[in-house]
Design a protein around this ligand. Structure first.
Ligand code: GRF
Length: 204
């Protein structure tokens, strides 16, 4: 697997993925790290791992994105805090080969506008006792694609969006590399809304 990471922010998930790849735990390599923001923290993290970086001039431009992916021989994509929509041409040509991580238990607390602290604030205000992290396959909408893996995190009485976010992030950093390894090993099979993991017991 030759993976492109797309990230808009700090890039702590991107770093967890690059670390897993460096340790040989990903069943693939990170070919390039792409961002839409020239000030994104992820750029410095990628440079530390010796991963090539690229800044998109127009994230909506399918031709620009696809020629960049072709240049690096990319065959799978990990969205890691990427705040722009992926052009639908790219979703089509990488069908079931684009994963995203979301900081809540989908299908709750997802969709347009549900990112970053907005998610954690909504979780706390709703009164649910559990949140968590979800890795899912990307389709043409926000946060609606088939779910690959989830991991729960308790919501504590005195949580703020920030404390909940850091507890969820810790779980994300373990969950995302596992899901990507399954993708790299060709173990993810989509059947309708469900993702079937080949030899799941051995894989997880
Ligand atoms: C994570 O919480 C992820 O679930 C969401 O955006 C955040 C990115 O954080 N999609 P980081 O940039 O990986 O630190």
């Amino acid at each position: 697997m030759r993976l492109a990471i797309l990230a808009s922010g700090s890039g702590s998930n991107a770093e967890a993925i690059m670390e897993a790849a460096a340790l040989g735990d990903l069943s693939g390599d990170v070919a390039v790290c792409i961002t839409n923001r020239s000030t994104a923290g992820v750029l410095e993290r990628a440079e530390r791992y010796g991963i090539p970086t690229s800044i998109l001039s127009d994230p909506e431009d399918a031709a620009e994105v696809s020629s960049l992916l072709a240049e690096y021989g990319v065959d799978a994509i990990a969205l890691a805090g990427y705040l722009r929509r992926i052009p639908s041409e790219i979703v089509r040509s990488f069908r079931h080969r684009i994963l995203n991580i979301h900081p809540a238990l989908l299908p709750s607390f997802g969709g347009k506008g549900m990112y970053g602290m907005h998610v954690h604030r909504a979780v706390i205000e709703s009164g649910v006792r559990w949140s968590g992290a979800t890795v899912h396959i990307v389709d043409e909408e926000y946060d609606t694609g088939p779910i690959v893996l989830q991991s729960p995190v308790p919501v504590l009485q005195d949580d703020t969006p920030e404390t909940l976010s850091s507890r969820v992030l810790e779980v994300e950093h373990h969950l995302y590399p596992v899901a990507l390894r399954l993708l790299g090993q060709g173990r993810l099979h989509v059947e309708g809304r469900r993702v079937v993991i080949a030899e799941e017991q051995a894989a997880l």
